[in-house]
Design a protein around this ligand. Structure first.
Ligand SMILES: [Ca+2]
Length: 130
């Protein structure tokens, strides 16, 4: 999604979490509504090649991965083709790591917001939970 705003353009894309530091920082900011820890979509998938995970804005496989216990497992229900999208999830061992999930599941998501000045300005990144 692009929204023009004067000399600036705002781009929003599902979040790429490329480091442990960013992951830790993000997890601390996740809302815990009603004391219930919820899953959130991030911008990682293996829709093109099973087991090879890419960030939505990259053409090379992701280097930093933070899987929860037993993940990714591409679990297949009878009515699905597997799990090709990735969530930050809550695990019984108390960790807040990633798990692959059916891409059609309706949960909240985390986006990156880029603000670019025109035409060659710097871009800044911030993470937004929606
Ligand atoms: Ca998969």
């Amino acid at each position: 999604m692009t929204k023009s705003k004067g000399l600036f353009a705002v781009f929003v894309l599902m979040a790429a979490i490329r480091s442990a530091a960013l992951s830790t920082d993000l997890i601390l900011k996740l809302p815990t509504e009603n004391q219930r820890l919820q899953p959130f979509w991030i911008g990682l998938h293996d829709r093109d090649e099973e087991g090879v995970f890419y960030w939505l804005d990259e053409t090379q496989p992701a280097k930093y991965l933070s899987w929860g216990p037993g993940q990714p497992n591409n679990f297949m229900r009878e009515d699905s083709v597997g799990q090709d999208c990735v969530q930050i999830n809550y695990w019984s061992n108390g960790s807040r790591n990633w798990g692959d999930q059916d891409c059609g599941e309706q949960v909240r998501y985390i986006c990156e917001k880029y603000i670019m000045s025109s035409p060659l300005g710097k871009k800044k990144q911030s993470l937004v939970v929606t």
